[in-house]
Design a protein around this ligand. Structure first.
Ligand SMILES: Cc1cc2nc3c(=O)[nH]c(=O)nc-3n(C[C@H](O)[C@H](O)[C@H](O)COP(=O)(O)OP(=O)(O)OC[C@H]3O[C@@H](n4cnc5c(N)ncnc54)[C@H](O)[C@@H]3O)c2cc1C
Length: 402
């Protein structure tokens, strides 16, 4: 790894929350940064994100990343505007998951995360008509909330630019190559840019770029796309006002109470996570009436007054799924791309962790000793799937909560 450490210049491919955070973290370490995005900043999956920011994770390492990231969101004014809005989050569990949730509660407390047990009576002060018959154990995070994903990525990019980074939008990278042992990218506009290191923050499009760069499919990253529809409704007056997000593992959905009157319904279905989406498919017209009806019925079973909600719109985006639902942050030298690194496979929960990912990538590129980094980047290595070192979740049967 020693040759990684003389990195003075990098090219970041992808202007989502990951790429922009990496660009900012490297620029603030005095590195020469060029970020290349084929459309606009946050025009990929970041722009479709529910952007929920929570610390409730069942894996200690990931909970630590989430805690670090939440602190960054709470103090984001040093970087720019993230739109972070503290609403709190409620995690109610039935008997199937309550023992696991009790263990997770202890683990989160050991990290000094403000995780609280919530009596049903207290939940009923927030959602008076909630159907709580099946609920056994409820956790509450007062400090969690949601951010504005477009503003967050844009602020990281602007802060990086203020530190000297060059942000190039409307330009695709068509190929990563090596020329006389120097690594470069070739753009759709016919330019070649050289740098000491290249970071792919290209989400579900990572393998497409690897293919264009001459990598064969046996060396592709173990990442596939799954497609997720978000349903936006205007909630009836009885639920007006700021409310916490309600995670509902029983209904395999989360209900993000956005602003004072909008609710966004997102899926926690492992079946949806596990279904590979054909990248040539029609994302824009993916959502069906049946899906909307099913989600609205589930919501109404939990919150009966939602029967009077009005459907506003839907949005569809992609999750870049990895085998254990966690990011792959690694060098790609072993597949023949010397000086090329990746941060992808974020599996549908990578927005909230973007401050941590930016730091981990910057540490990987600039520090000598991974054991001395705040988060040892080797935990996210590509070979963990072969070496039995996958990152474990204590939950089973719930998508994207980990
Ligand atoms: C519907 C939905 C809801 C979500 N909700 C949450 C949530 O509540 N909380 C949470 O933490 N996470 C959530 N996520 C996940 C989170 O939004 C993503 O993990 C994160 O935003 C991904 O950021 P990214 O930068 O890795 O990818 P993207 O935002 O997809 O960025 C990748 C960028 O790379 C660019 N690109 C690709 N190939 C090239 C190329 N060859 N040349 C130049 N540019 C290229 C693309 O144009 C794109 O802009 C959600 C995701 C979706 C889809």
């Amino acid at each position: 790894m020693s040759k990684n450490k003389s990195i003075d210049s990098i090219i970041v491919i992808g202007g989502g929350s990951t790429g922009c955070s990496v660009a900012y973290n490297m620029a603030s370490r005095g590195k020469k940064v060029r970020l290349i995005e084929r459309e606009n900043i946050a025009s990929g999956n970041t722009g479709k994100s529910s952007a929920l920011v929570r610390t409730h994770y069942s894996n200690k390492l990931i909970a630590s990343l989430a805690k670090y990231s939440l602190e960054q969101f709470m103090n984001f004014e040093n970087i720019g505007y993230s739109g972070f809005t503290k609403t709190g989050m409620v995690f109610p569990f039935n008997a199937n998951n309550s023992d696991t949730a009790r263990e997770i509660y202890k683990m989160l407390k050991s990290l000094d995360i403000d995780e609280q047990k919530m009596p049903i009576k207290q939940l009923k002060t927030i959602f008076p008509d909630i159907n709580s018959e099946d609920l056994d154990y409820i956790l509450y995070e007062p400090n969690s909330g949601y951010a504005d994903p477009v503003a967050t990525a844009g602020s990281y990019a602007s802060a990086a630019a203020n530190l000297g980074a060059e942000i190039i939008t409307g330009t695709s990278v068509e190929k990563i190559g090596t020329d006389n042992s120097r690594t470069y990218v070739e753009t759709g506009k016919g330019f070649q840019y050289y740098a000491d290191a290249i970071v792919m923050a290209t989400n579900v499009w990572s393998n497409q770029l690897l293919m264009k760069s001459g990598i064969t499919d046996n060396n592709f990253l173990p990442i596939y796309a799954s497609v997720h529809d978000i349903i936006y409704i205007r909630r009836p007056e009885k639920y007006a006002g700021m409310k916490p997000t309600l995670w509902d593992p029983q209904k395999l959905a989360y209900y993000k109470m956005e602003g004072s009157s909008i609710t966004a319904i997102g899926s926690l279905s492992p079946e949806i996570d596990n279904t590979e989406f054909d990248m040539k498919g029609d994302i824009e017209n993916h959502v069906t009436d049946e899906y909307i009806e099913m989600e609205l019925n589930n919501l109404t079973e939990r919150l009966p007054g939602m029967e009077d909600a009005t459907l506003i719109s839907t949005a569809t985006g992609l999750y870049d799924m990895s085998p254990d639902g966690q990011a792959i942050i690694d060098s790609l030298a072993d597949i023949g791309l010397e000086n090329v690194y990746v941060c992808a496979g974020l599996s549908g929960h990578g927005f909230k962790l973007s401050p941590a990912y930016g730091k981990i990538v910057a540490d990987m590129l600039t520090l000598q000793d991974p054991a001395k980094a705040l988060f040892d980047w080797r935990n996210f290595s590509l070979d963990r799937f072969k070496n039995g070192k996958s990152i474990k979740s204590m939950y089973s049967g719930i998508g994207t909560i980990y």
